[in-house]
Design a protein around this ligand. Structure first.
Ligand SMILES: [Zn+2]
Length: 151
C-alpha cells in the first residue's frame, strides 16, 4: 500500500491509500478518483515535502542528474525525491517573481487588473490564501518552506 497526498482542481487537499502507483494511475485515467469534498474528478498527486528534518547533508550536488525526469515517483528513495523537489523549486523560483509578504495583495491586484499576468510566489497566511481562493484567484501551496533557515 502507498499513501499519496492528493489535491483537486479547487485546491482541496486530502490523503488516500492505493495498492500501488499503478492502481492510482488506473483510477485517475478512468476518472474514478474523486475529491471527497467537492466530488471533482480532476485530482492530482500532490507533491509533499518529505518529513525529514536532517539538514546537515548537502542536497544540492546531485540535482542535475534528475533534471530530465518528468514525473515524480513517490516510491523512489526519498533522497531522489528531495533532489526532484529541489529541481522543481529552482524552476519555480526562476520562472516566477518572489513578492514576499505582499503575496496576497499582489495576487489580488494582478487578478483584477488587465495587466499582463505573471507568475509570482511569496508568503501568505492560511487565512489570506483562503480569501484568495474564495475570490476565485488561483493559488497553490508550495511544497517547501520559503523562508530558508540556512545561513
Ligand atoms: Zn475538491
Amino acid at each position: 500500500m502507498i499513501k499519496f497526498s492528493l489535491s483537486c482542481d479547487r485546491n482541496h487537499i486530502f490523503d488516500s491509500w492505493f495498492e500501488s502507483n499503478q492502481a492510482y494511475e488506473t483510477l485517475v485515467s478512468k476518472k474514478l478518483l474523486t475529491c471527497p469534498i467537492c466530488n471533482s474528478n480532476h485530482v492530482n498527486k500532490n507533491i509533499m515535502a518529505p518529513n525529514i528534518v536532517a539538514k546537515d547533508k548537502p542536497v544540492e550536488k546531485e540535482t542535475t542528474a534528475v533534471a530530465q525526469k518528468e514525473s515524480i515517483d513517490l516510491q523512489k528513495p526519498q533522497s531522489k525525491f528531495e533532489e526532484k523537489l529541489m529541481t522543481l523549486k529552482k524552476e519555480i523560483e526562476k520562472n516566477s517573481e518572489y513578492v514576499g509578504k505582499k503575496f496576497a495583495e499582489q495576487a489580488r491586484m494582478m487578478y483584477h487588473s488587465d495587466t499582463k499576468k505573471k507568475s509570482i510566489h511569496g508568503e501568505a497566511s492560511l487565512k489570506e490564501a483562503k480569501e484568495l481562493l474564495d475570490e476565485g484567484i488561483p493559488v497553490t501551496p508550495l511544497p517547501w518552506p520559503l523562508i530558508s533557515d540556512t545561513n
